[in-house]
Ligand binder design. Structure first.
Ligand SMILES: Nc1ncnc2c1ncn2[C@@H]1O[C@H](COP(=O)(O)OP(=O)(O)OP(=O)(O)O)[C@@H](O)[C@H]1O
Ligand SMILES: [Mg+2]
Length: 333
């Protein structure tokens, strides 16, 4: 039995099962004959569905950049491109064929929509048709970050689920600010302007300073690396990059202060996850000293040490890790 945590985000697909994990850009492209062959020549594999073949992630970006499919509204669950992304993620973490239980997430704002929930469950079952999928459960994505904190010690820590717990899931498209009480999702708000907006601004700065037109995923890689490679010479990120990455900070802080009891002081714990945690973490820690990142011990660190410690804990995988832990715990009952 493979308990799998799966999140097909707007920027990246994440999957975790046991000790394995996968992350790749959430873009797919129908595999046309020509680029399919050039992709296959490099060892890339197309994802096969009933009657169609798809390139996904880096392969789609490299071999079919003109035909990328990336659907951002809830109709995505009805698209074969979504099924291809989920199938590729499952194949990275679960050995072929066996029985599997999948816990997955959707943006909290769509969670009340029963039809969308059913469509997501159907898409994950279709993605898992090569396995024996006996259970698919769906939760708001922020719950995955919450569970990652609850299970951070390896087993369920019941005391950490009591009372009011705040969650910030800093993603590619938006930053989700949520409140949990006694282990249950209570409410949340989505602050538009996730990493994608910041990266678009950094792209403009790079174009202005270096005359270089990069794709958003290339800008993303440069920000992660902390610099650019120009014809073999490494150059710093343009001035203004840091400000661009922190553009959503004030709104996130204000949203938390209005959503959480006592402006945040009434929280038992505040958990930060999502890939945007690396850029926003140090500043959020200054605003909310009780902030924690699953898998990272931030106590006693100087502000300039926070970023590296948060990055090392791979907060981008936190949600999928949390869902995998819940799927595993449910089997042991
Ligand atoms: N080590 C890192 N340093 C800097 N940025 C990082 C790092 N790791 C991840 N990120 C950023 O995290 C972002 C993606 O985060 P994530 O995968 O949580 O988004 P998503 O879940 O796909 O989006 P959404 O939640 O809006 O659907 C990327 O844009 C990337 O730049
Ligand atoms: Mg996300």
């Amino acid at each position: 039995m493979y308990p799998v945590g799966l999140i097909v985000g707007h920027g990246y697909v994440k999957a975790v099962a046991g000790g394995r994990s996968a992350i790749f850009p959430a873009v797919a492209a129908p595999a046309g004959a020509a680029d399919y062959e050039s992709a296959v020549a490099t060892g890339a594999r197309a994802v096969r569905l009933n009657g169609s073949a798809w390139l996904v992630g880096q392969e789609a970006l490299a071999f079919a950049p003109q035909r990328l499919v990336s659907i951002l509204d809830r109709s995505r669950y009805q698209s074969p491109s979504f099924v291809a992304l989920a199938r590729h993620a499952l194949a990275q973490v679960a050995p072929p064929g066996g029985p599997m239980a999948v816990m997955t997430g959707m943006p909290a704002a769509w969670f009340a929509d029963g039809a969308a929930r059913a469509a997501l469950e159907g898409a994950v079952r279709a993605a898992g048709s090569d396995w024996d999928v006996f259970n698919v459960s769906v939760a708001p994505e922020a719950a995955g970050v919450f569970y990652a904190a609850v299970f951070a010690g390896g087993a369920l820590d019941l005391t950490s689920t009591r009372g009011a717990v705040g969650v910030i899931d800093a993603g590619y498209r938006d930053v989700n600010v949520a409140l949990f009480h006694d282990g249950r999702y209570v409410s949340g708000e989505s602050v538009p302007g996730g990493m994608a907006d910041a990266l678009r601004e950094v792209r403009r700065l790079i174009s202005r300073q270096y005359g270089l037109e990069l794709a958003l995923h290339e800008v993303d890689a440069a920000v992660r690396a902390g610099g650019l490679d120009l014809a073999g010479v490494s150059r710093p990120l343009p001035e203004g990059t840091e400000a661009a990455l922190l553009r959503s900070l004030d709104t996130v802080v204000a949203t938390g202060r209005s959503l959480w009891p006592n402006g945040g002081r009434g929280l038992r714990a505040l958990v930060l996850g999502g890939g945007g945690a690396v850029a926003l973490g140090p500043a959020l820690h200054a605003a909310f000293p009780q902030l924690s990142v699953p898998g990272a011990d931030l106590r006693g660190l100087a502000p300039e040490q926070l970023r590296a410690m948060i990055a090392a804990a791979q907060p981008q995988l936190a949600g999928a890790r949390g869902f995998a832990a819940v799927a595993a715990a449910r089997q042991q009952r």
